[in-house]
Design a protein around this ligand. Structure first.
Ligand code: ADP
Ligand code: MG
Length: 625
């Protein structure tokens, strides 16, 4: 029975209008979303020259009957909504009834489709919106749509396309995103006859993440789950130590739709708080489900943004859900979080990378995996995901390759087995000594700790400073007023920000066309930093005018606690070292410096015994004796 209807103008007029076919990836998007709406469990996307020459999407969904094949190409023809009420309760990815019509207007399209109940498949051919022919075909149940010569009749759009590599990367990214929101669907992306991405489709999100990123990453994520009366949240987030330089690795899936959402990004970052180093972002794949009536999808034709009702409630729930999990996750990084290679008997123990400096480097390095998506199919993907392995994993891998005896599968994290959940009693630690003028060694009940003295002191100073009350009225007079010269546009900004400056206790007086003078400063600033803080504050406020005094002060304090803390290569005597360790006790978060780096690393006894092969790892059974 035919299902597709052309919608009345009254409904069509209410739909976010706009061109959705911009590039091959937009065609891929529309066709694959149709396949998902048609309840497919397997979707194959085949591209020739990144889709510029040909795009073919084959699914095993419900198919279309013959009459629907012709109707599908009409503008505003859809089987997904019929009246205005449906528009506010959308359960499908599509609803605009525009995609096929738009695609067919700029290419040569053939659809083959078969519904289960009918004996044979039908096909239809359309070129530049013109009907060419239809007939009976041999296709299997489901639908296969072939789009040839995209933009053949709109040379201007063709000219706008980027390189093959870029166009392909858009499609790849899109399919990968979808595979994260539909772990139960098996996706395959084939480019010029080579499979460049496939997902298993076994319904498990963690598996889908492994397919998109890397099994090592997927394994290392923390599962989150939470719900309120309106929302339910489920997904995976990275530990605070596994981070990226940008937010591309944060995926929001709202009722099955992959969307960008700046507000949710911010809530997530806030939930990590200071555990995250400044400028770093977690990896996260989070699926949010809610009543379809609480989401407005009809905001933009590509539907990549949605409007949510009760955003505050959702933000609160998200924050709680993430924080619960992060709190449970051990705050003391264990040395065993860095996986050990299984060494062959010949391997030298000195190969082991227990260098803590590397721990730091790992975090500071940009591990972004913006690797090529194009070119050597598998290798591109292997590189892609290879680059995101934390160095700790990459390093042993290298050694193993050198030894060439054991496969990389033998690398595994001991983290779970070793995790120490309890809070540390710093007073019970026995100080052993200092190494490299940088790290303190202390022995505890269940192992020993390497403490980064600089990070520890930064943390202590930071918390002490944060606990001091702010009084913007208490002003210190400067002996000589400080003169600030700004550019014209800076002057404009400073003028606009004057009320905010005053709230912070900073009173700038006009001194010349583009200069100001400061005669006193508030107590929360230190004399030597007046100049830099006023400049920093104007930059900070220019970006985020509604920062509170607490937030600005916090930034200033982070900078200050870092500058004032003891550096590496500085000798501490026993009393100083012991005092430093004891000062960690009672801190809100003794585990991270204000930039999010670890303050100390734990080496459990168990881990040390494994290192020396005094005990066998349970997975290692009988490998080396
Ligand atoms: P929309 O998805 O917004 O309804 P489209 O132009 O993308 O609009 O598709 C029009 C109609 O064609 C859909 O409503 C659906 O009935 C049908 N259709 C398109 N692709 C498929 C497919 N792969 N399997 C089954 N039906 C499809
Ligand atoms: Mg559609």
């Amino acid at each position: 029975m035919a299902k597709i209807k052309q919608m009345p103008d009254s409904l069509a007029n209410q739909i976010a209008a706009g061109e959705v076919v911009e590039r091959p990836a937009s065609v891929v998007k529309e066709l694959v979303e149709n396949a998902i709406d048609a309840q497919s469990t397997e979707i194959i996307v085949e591209l020739v020259e990144a889709g510029i020459q040909q795009i073919k999407v084959t699914d095993n969904g419900i198919g279309m009957v013959k009459e629907d094949l012709c109707l599908a190409f009409l503008p505003h023809a859809t089987s997904k909504i019929y009246d205005v009420n449906d528009l506010f309760n959308i359960h499908s990815l599509g609803f605009r009834g525009e995609a096929l019509a738009s695609i067919a207007s700029v290419s040569k399209v053939r659809i083959d489709s078969k519904v289960k109940e009918e004996a044979s498949a039908n096909y239809i051919l359309i070129e530049g919106s013109n009907y060419i022919e239809e007939g009976i075909s041999q296709a299997r149940a489901g639908t296969s749509i072939t789009v040839d010569s995209l933009f053949y009749n709109t040379p201007a759009r063709l000219k706008h396309l980027k390189t093959i590599k870029t166009e392909l990367s858009h499609s790849l990214k899109f399919i990968q995103n979808l595979s994260l929101s539909y772990p139960e669907i098996r996706f395959r992306l084939i480019h010029n006859d080579k499979v460049i991405f496939s997902s298993i489709g076994n319904g498990e999100l963690q598996q889908a993440i492994a397919n998109v990123y890397h099994p090592n990453i997927a394994r290392d994520l923390l599962a989150i789950k939470g719900s309120s009366s309106d929302f339910s949240i489920e997904g995976y987030i990275s530990k605070p130590t596994l981070t990226r330089t940008n937010r591309q690795y944060i995926h929001w899936i709202i009722n099955g739709r992959v969307v960008k959402n700046y507000i949710l990004d911010e809530v997530l970052l806030k939930a990590y708080g200071r555990q995250l180093m400044i400028g770093r972002h977690p990896i996260a794949v989070v699926s949010i489900t809610l009543d379809a009536r609480l989401v407005d999808v009809n905001v933009h034709p590509t539907k990549q943004t949605v409007r949510l009702s009760k955003e505050d409630e959702l933000s609160e729930l998200l924050k709680e859900t993430v924080q619960t999990v992060l709190q449970q996750y051990n705050m003391i990084p264990s040395a065993s979080d860095t996986p050990l290679p299984r060494l062959s008997p010949e391997a030298k123990v000195s190969n082991l990378s227990l260098d803590l400096q590397h721990h730091k480097d790992t975090e500071q390095r940009d591990l972004s995996d913006s690797g090529t998506y194009y070119g050597e199919l598998r290798s591109a993907l292997a590189n892609n995901s290879g680059a995101v392995i934390e160095e700790g994993q990459a390093l042993p891998k290298e050694q193993i390759n050198k030894n060439d005896k054991i496969s990389s599968d033998n690398i595994e994290s001991l983290a779970d087995a070793e995790r120490n959940e309890k809070k540390l009693d710093f007073f019970s630690l026995r100080y052993v000594g200092q190494i490299h003028g940088t790290y303190l060694i202390a022995e505890g009940e269940s192992g020993f700790y390497l403490i980064d003295q600089h990070a520890a002191q930064e943390r202590i100073r930071y918390e002490n400073l944060m606990n001091e009350p702010i009084d913007t009225n208490r002003q210190q007079q400067l002996l000589m007023p400080v003169i600030f010269n700004f550019t014209m546009s800076e002057t404009e900004t400073v003028n606009e920000l004057m009320p905010q400056f005053n709230r912070l206790g900073i009173y700038l007086d006009k001194f010349g066309p583009n200069s100001f003078q400061l005669e006193s400063y508030p107590d929360w600033i230190e004399a030597h930093e007046v100049e830099s803080i006023v400049r920093d504050v104007s930059e900070l406020l220019a970006k985020q005018p509604d920062l509170t005094i607490q937030q600005i002060r916090e930034q200033a304090i982070i900078m200050r606690s870092c500058r004032g803390a003891i550096k590496a290569n500085h000798y501490l005597d026993k009393q100083q070292a012991q005092a430093l360790i004891e000062s960690l006790d009672g801190l809100e978060d003794p585990y991270h410096c204000p930039h999010g780096r670890p303050v100390f690393v734990e080496f459990t006894e168990n881990y040390i015994e494994k290192l020396f092969k005094r005990i066998q790892d349970r997975h290692e059974g009988g490998l080396y004796h």
